[in-house]
Design a protein around this ligand. Structure first.
Ligand SMILES: N[C@@H](CCC(=O)N[C@@H](CS)C(=O)NCC(=O)O)C(=O)O
Length: 217
């Protein structure tokens, strides 16, 4: 087996599948994609025409897998380990996928848009759009607050795909729109995620790159 993970250590969706790789101590090599480096970007675009990270390449099976959720599912199918990312029960499986979608679409995506606005030229910023994205985040926090009042992980007792999705989304969302006192269960859930060794390792490895994260203007 030779798995190669094409990623950037600061990129939030790259964190998501990296958590899954670390969860099961899956052996893999890395290729760091540097969007600021023309050669690196050109090489990556050959692998992933959309230019979206992460991408996993599996030499042994001659497969290139884009999309963080699909990478995690692929790992679960072909390189299973102690952490099972999707439950066997079909109803629970569907619920887990639903939560994965929830965190990607209603937390991760709005967070990314706020961050992207910070990277825009000063005369091309969209403060109205940013406020809309922050409203979406607060709506999502209210839902998570209710769910996590009684759950340890996103799906209850077991760490799943949904937690891999939640960890980077909540970590960065809290930076652009802090949870605040009304969302104590959300903050506690992020705290538990941060203690999880797989995610703690991902965050630790990103430390040297945090200076690249755009601060609020
Ligand atoms: N749906 C994709 C989203 C991937 C994504 O947005 N990746 C970001 C990094 S976190 C990226 O590649 N951005 C570079 C770009 O859009 O050019 C997934 O789940 O993998």
């Amino acid at each position: 087996m030779a798995l190669t993970y094409h990623y950037h250590p600061l990129a939030s969706f790259c964190w998501k599948a990296l958590i899954a790789l670390y969860e099961n101590d899956t052996p893999f090599e890395t290729v760091l994609v540097d969007p600021a480096d023309e050669q690196s970007r050109a090489a990556f675009l050959k692998l992933s025409p959309l230019g979206k990270m992460p991408v996993l390449h599996d030499d042994g099976r001659n497969r290139t897998i884009p999309e963080s959720s699909i990478i995690i599912e692929y790992l679960g199918r072909h390189y299973p380990g102690a952490t099972r990312f999707l439950p066997e029960d079909p109803d629970l499986d569907l619920q887990t996928r639903l939560r994965d979608r929830f965190y990607d679409l209603y937390v991760h995506d709005p967070m990314q848009r706020v961050v992207a606005d910070r990277l825009r030229p000063a005369d091309r910023k969209d403060s109205y759009g940013v406020e809309q994205e922050k409203t979406k985040l607060r709506n999502a926090y209210a839902i998570i607050e209710r769910e996590m009042a009684s759950n340890h992980w996103a799906m209850g007792d077991d760490f799943t795909l949904a937690d891999c999705a939640a960890a980077p989304a909540l970590f960065y969302a809290n930076k652009v729109e802090p949870f605040g006192e009304a969302h104590g269960h959300v903050a506690q859930y992020l705290g538990r995620l941060m203690q999880r060794p797989s995610f703690a390792r991902v965050v630790e490895e990103a430390q040297p790159y945090f200076r690249l994260f755009p601060q609020e203007p």
